[in-house]
Design a protein around this ligand. Structure first.
Ligand SMILES: [Mg+2]
Length: 383
């Protein structure tokens, strides 16, 4: 099956209005925008739609206030969307046309370019050819276990041409958020690994002692807390303990303490299977603290905002390539990008079809514009 048909198009002009499930005004311009898209003239419409939204704050320096202060770029609000009317397989002339119409391609990594330590066959050749053809290539990953340098090392080891400025991971972007947007003045209580700690240090952000291993429960309730801690940051932590959960929740009893998470993926895909991901740890701390973390990774648009700030790409000439509907595709849709689902990872065409057939506008946001069996299928479009 080459095309997964969809019931319709929804383009919203206003975040708050769209939250009331598609206003007449939004629907009225939908056809116009779709027409512009069909004619390849979406750029001006995309710019018109690129409205700014404040977002929800994680603590005393929430993303709304911070971003309003310092960001020069603007991306569409989460529900200002250009959603796919069909999920079409990219082959032949259509593949060539799509690649001709984009200047930049954003690639998720796990499940798209590699699985564990094994490259998806043909992925490096594709990425390298794209760059030889003058396309801008970026790597967007929710995985917080690696720094930018570690990602570049892995990319090069697997044969990809890459440098640090092309990598936007949840670890470096979390550190950037705390330094540039939240203007953090204290230290961070970190539940996370060495790479995340290193990214914080690169931004001159101190980490409080994460605490000893299991101890007396009563002592956990009364032990003195570090008065310098102004934020709690959750990333993947293979040494997550009850002690860390207890300390994090006690810091978060202060409503001014910023609560940040690198990502909410509940599965960390590894070669041969998967294990519980960062999202499971975030859920535990959220339950214990009765607070909700501000999430840096996809489907939130913060990593894309970082990319826009550094590179100034045109969303109407950018495509997001990912293997997960609820992170990669949703972020791409929310940011006004066309999206390509690669069927080499988590999500399937059956899930796409179920989202399309749903009556829920929220689920329609998860429908990609195109799909390929593998990113290697894009290669003939460059010939
Ligand atoms: Mg992935």
């Amino acid at each position: 099956m080459d095309t997964v048909e969809s019931g319709g198009l929804a383009v919203c002009t206003n975040y708050r209005e769209s939250s009331r499930s598609g206003t007449g005004a939004a629907r009225a311009i939908a056809a116009r925008v779709f027409g512009a898209w069909s004619l390849g003239k979406l750029g001006h419409v995309g710019r018109a739609l690129r409205l700014f939204h404040p977002g929800a704050g994680p603590g005393r320096a929430g993303p709304g206030r911070g971003l309003r202060r310092s960001c020069r770029f603007r991306v569409p609000p989460p529900q200002s969307l250009t959603m796919a009317t069909s999920c079409t397989r990219l082959t032949g002339d259509l593949c060539s046309q799509v690649l001709d119409s984009v200047d930049a391609l954003l690639f998720d990594c796990d499940g798209v370019l590699w699985k564990g330590d094994s490259m998806i066959p043909g992925a490096a050749a594709l990425v390298n050819r794209l760059q030889e053809r003058g396309k801008l290539v970026f790597f967007l990953t929710n995985n917080s276990t690696k720094s930018r340098e570690m990602y570049v090392e892995k990319l090069r080891r697997l044969g990809f041409q890459a440098h640090c400025e092309q990598v936007f991971g949840s670890a470096p972007c979390a550190a950037l958020y705390l330094r540039q947007e939240a203007k953090l003045s204290g230290s961070v209580y970190l539940i996370g690994g060495a790479a995340l700690r290193g990214e914080l240090q690169a931004q001159n952000i101190a980490c409080s002692d994460s605490g000893p291993g299991p101890g007396l429960v009563q002592a956990m309730a009364t032990e003195p807390l570090d008065p310098t801690v102004a934020a709690v940051l959750i990333g993947f932590d293979e040494h997550f303990t009850y002690t860390k959960l207890c300390r994090a929740s006690r810091y978060l009893q202060d409503p001014a303490c910023i609560f940040l998470a690198t990502n909410t993926d509940t599965l960390l895909p590894l070669e041969g299977g998967g294990i519980p991901g960062t999202g499971c740890l975030v859920k535990a701390v959220e339950a214990a603290s009765k607070r909700t973390a501000y999430v840096i990774g996809k489907p939130n648009d913060y990593m894309f905002k970082c990319l826009m700030k550094e590179n100034g790409i045109d969303p109407s000439r950018t495509v997001m390539v990912g293997d997960r509907l609820d992170t990669d595709i949703l972020m791409g849709t929310s940011c006004g990008l066309r999206t390509i689902l690669a069927l080499t990872g988590v999500s399937t065409l059956e899930e796409v079809r179920a989202h399309q057939e749903s009556n829920s506008p929220e689920r329609h946001k998860l429908v990609p514009t195109y799909y390929v069996n593998s990113v290697a299928d894009l290669f003939p479009g460059l010939e």
